[in-house]
Design a protein around this ligand. Structure first.
Ligand code: PNS
Length: 163
């Protein structure tokens, strides 16, 4: 029985790779809560509100997907939401080691929550928020990598920066 899943990340910003995972998780689970964890060590380009607004815009077409913000232990949020599953996307072998470590740590913290990995589509396997930001900052083409609202937001962010 698979009911409610959380899909965590810093989403700075959300990309087509994230959306692919959200869409597929939403087909497998009754409910998916995209969970924005703002306090990661990376210094973000978009504010939490900007990131939330972009996610909201992108997920509005999926009736069983919502977005929430949370700071703290992921398993605590899952428990609080009565979610049984943490969904993660895997792009390449290089993702595996860190994801495996986090999945085992989360299982140690709460045995009732499973981490479920979905393999990326091959066309997204090289895609990451950091690379998209770098390309946008250097005025490269990011079409097809992020939704149009995100593309516009990125272009706006970097319009006054010299490449
Ligand atoms: O999009 P990101 O930055 O790769 O996402 C990383 C994230 C937010 C999923 C990860 O940092 C995380 O799970 N943070 C929650 C804090 C936590 O529970 N840590 C201990 C479990 S390993």
């Amino acid at each position: 029985m698979m009911k409610k899943a959380i899909y965590p990340g810093s989403f700075d910003p959300i990309t087509n790779g994230h959306i692919d995972i959200i869409e597929r998780a939403a087909r497998l689970c009754d409910e998916v809560v995209v969970t924005l964890l703002p306090n990661t060590s990376k210094s973000p380009v978009f504010t939490v509100e900007e990131r939330m607004d972009l996610i909201r815009d992108v997920i509005k077409k999926y009736p069983n997907v919502t977005v929430k913000i949370f700071s703290g232990l992921l398993v605590d949020f899952a428990a609080q939401e009565n979610a049984q599953v943490i969904v993660k996307g895997l792009r390449a072998v290089s993702d595996f080691e860190y994801e495996f470590q986090m999945a085992l740590m989360n299982r140690k913290l709460n045995q009732n929550i499973e981490t479920m990995f979905l393999m990326t589509q091959s066309q997204n396997s090289y895609l990451s928020s950091s690379l998209v930001k770098e390309v946008a900052r250097l005025k490269g083409c990011i079409k097809g990598l992020v939704p149009e609202v995100v593309e516009k937001a990125l272009i706006k962010k970097y319009q006054h920066e010299k490449s």
